[in-house]
Ligand binder design. Structure first.
Ligand SMILES: Cc1cc2nc3c(=O)[nH]c(=O)nc-3n(C[C@H](O)[C@H](O)[C@H](O)COP(=O)(O)OP(=O)(O)OC[C@H]3O[C@@H](n4cnc5c(N)ncnc54)[C@H](O)[C@@H]3O)c2cc1C
Ligand SMILES: NC(=O)c1ccc[n+]([C@@H]2O[C@H](COP(=O)([O-])OP(=O)(O)OC[C@H]3O[C@@H](n4cnc5c(N)ncnc54)[C@H](O)[C@@H]3O)[C@@H](O)[C@H]2O)c1
Length: 484
């Protein structure tokens, strides 16, 4: 096939992975084409995932603050609340985000082709627009960043009207009175807690005993307490045996015989890589479990001039990680060293309250360092800023090695956790001792003070364990904390 245009790099998909790959390449002087099958650039992150869900979350939190201060504001939520009213800010957020991305791509010299990409051979991509127009592009190198979509289990008849997935949940016109959420992973827990905060009667079910199984149990226990306090209900260790819209409600039968009736259902049982339309058979690209594209540490596929990044290569399936993978793939194409492997990936879950983790979990730390690791905790009731902000049940858990020195992991549950975790991330990356939080000044009042309190807890435990007094300044802090 004769190409219509030739590029140094073709990027398939304009989500976080594709954008950053294109950005890095144009900055380095490459001629870049970006192919996107939707009407606008941005990907799942902007249109169906991160940005919309966080916008609804922000609205839910604002409403909660107003409700809590109802005597001041004389506030009551409307009975037939339209979801679009709650999402009012979304249009403007999306518009400014999308136009920023488009103008950025344009200003850096990238050329956007709207249409579906499929491989003809390892250097040739056919782009088919919605109207059927075909354009043939040739690329020296190609980055696949085609993302993922919700997995629809065959036994659940997702109709996007009553039984919805994360792509369609925000197209509901009215807030339902009740919602069954199938799955208790990241998407499920975020939406379940947001909707229950908005007054929807939410039941979340999963085959696992607790939600968010990969997070610290202490964090998820606090998440569950909060969810239940807001009226949510969690049923663990179950599977749905049948789901149907009975004309009035969604009827779910569980394998323990329980029957659930709700106005709507959200199905969030994982995601699948977007690979089918790419015609990968034409280039014999190696694929792994669940069809994800297999790559090496440089994001290079089994075909040397083709790279893949983001959700299409499988977990952790995060916007944050996809962006970094996009940059690194292009670095490799350019023959630049990426300096070091991605060592640490923070996890931020925007449920209510937020959960965030970085580094080793308690279980992983015990496996690696034995049972004598030292754990420090700070409850946000002890933190002045936590009290001021009315943060209930917040906690920061810090894990140190058996000497009580090396910081191994930080786990936080509280509003603001997803930002706060970065302090711990930097300390771990720099190989800092936990004493760094004791020997330096932190702003007051801030939630960051929780680091100091947890570090103090570790310092006190290690001084007991080693029956040894610390250097005077730290010992004074420990003694003062114990007196309190
Ligand atoms: C509800 C929800 C909330 C989330 N919240 C967060 C969060 O808070 N933080 C976080 O880090 N991550 C979050 N994520 C995950 C995050 O959205 C993804 O990890 C990220 O979008 C993946 O980026 P990507 O570039 O790999 O793919 P995507 O963003 O999925 O973009 C892929 C793009 O490729 C296009 N495409 C696919 N096939 C073709 C083709 N053949 N031709 C042309 N174009 C094609 C698609 O239309 C799409 O625009 C969330 C996801 C969801 C669903
Ligand atoms: N804040 C964030 O970073 C964020 C937010 C949303 C999504 N994401 C990304 O999107 C990806 C997908 O999220 P997700 O929530 O769809 O997937 P997930 O893998 O996090 O959760 C899927 C859940 O479904 C459950 N499940 C699967 N089959 C089941 C069955 N038959 N019966 C009952 N339960 C069943 C699993 O036990 C699991 O708890 C995640 O990997 C995540 O990285 C990230």
């Amino acid at each position: 096939m004769t190409p219509d245009e030739t590029f140094d790099l073709i990027v398939i998909g304009s989500g976080p992975g594709g954008q950053k790959a294109a950005d890095q390449a144009t900055k380095s002087g490459l001629k870049v084409a970006i192919v996107e099958r939707e009407r606008a650039v941005g990907g799942t992150c902007v249109h169906l995932g991160t940005i919309p869900s966080k916008t609804l979350r922000e609205a839910a939190l604002t409403i909660t603050t107003l409700k809590r201060n109802a005597d001041v504001f004389d506030f009551k939520l409307k009975d037939d609340m339209e979801v679009s009213t709650l999402m009012k800010r979304l249009d403007s957020v999306l518009q400014s985000y999308t136009s920023f991305i488009s103008s950025h791509i344009g200003s850096t010299g990238g050329k956007v082709f709207l249409g579906r990409a499929s491989f003809v051979d390892s250097h040739t991509v056919l782009v088919t627009s919605v109207k059927g127009t075909k354009t043939v592009l040739r690329g020296e190198n190609i980055v696949i960043a085609s993302g993922s979509r919700p997995r629809t289990p065959p036994e659940i008849p997702v109709d996007h009207e009553h039984i919805l997935d994360s792509d369609s949940i925000l197209s509901m016109i009215y807030l339902p009175r009740s919602l069954t959420v199938i799955g208790a992973g990241v998407i499920a827990s975020e939406y379940a807690s947001i909707f229950s905060l908005l007054g929807v009667e939410v039941t979340m079910i999963d085959r696992t005993p607790r939600p968010l199984m990969f997070m610290e149990p202490e964090l998820t226990a606090k998440f569950l307490d909060n969810f239940t306090r807001n009226g949510g209900n969690y049923i663990g260790n179950v599977k749905a045996t049948s789901v149907e819209w009975n004309g009035m409600q969604v009827r779910t039968v569980l394998d323990n015989g329980q029957e659930l009736l709700s106005d709507k259902m959200l199905v969030a049982q994982g995601r699948l890589a977007n690979v089918e339309p790419l015609n990968l058979g034409a280039i014999q690209l190696a694929q792994g479990r669940n069809n994800v594209i297999s790559v090496d540490e440089n994001y290079q596929t089994s075909v040397p001039n083709i790279y893949a990044v983001g959700d299409v290569i499988g977990p952790p399936s995060l916007a944050s990680v996809s962006m970094e993978q996009g940059r690194r793939a292009v670095h490799h194409i350019l023959g630049k060293d990426s300096h070091h492997a991605i060592e640490l990936v923070p996890i931020g879950i925007y449920s209510v309250p937020e959960l965030s983790s970085v580094g080793l979990s308690e279980e992983q730390a015990r496996e690696k360092y034995g049972d004598h690791i030292i754990i420090g905790r700070a409850n946000f009731e002890e933190v002045a800023r936590g009290q001021i902000a009315g943060i209930q049940d917040g906690m920061l858990k810090m894990i140190a090695d058996p000497q009580g020195k090396k910081l191994l992991g930080v786990h936080i549950v509280a509003e603001g956790a997803t930002d706060l975790v970065h302090v711990g991330e930097m300390a771990i990356l720099n190989g800092n001792d936990i004493d760094i939080f004791l020997e330096n000044i932190l702003n007051f009042p801030t939630l960051g003070e929780a680091y100091r309190i947890a570090a103090l807890d570790i310092a006190a435990k290690r001084s007991k364990r080693h029956s040894k007094r610390h250097q005077p300044r730290i010992q004074k802090l420990i003694d003062e904390a114990e007196l309190n």
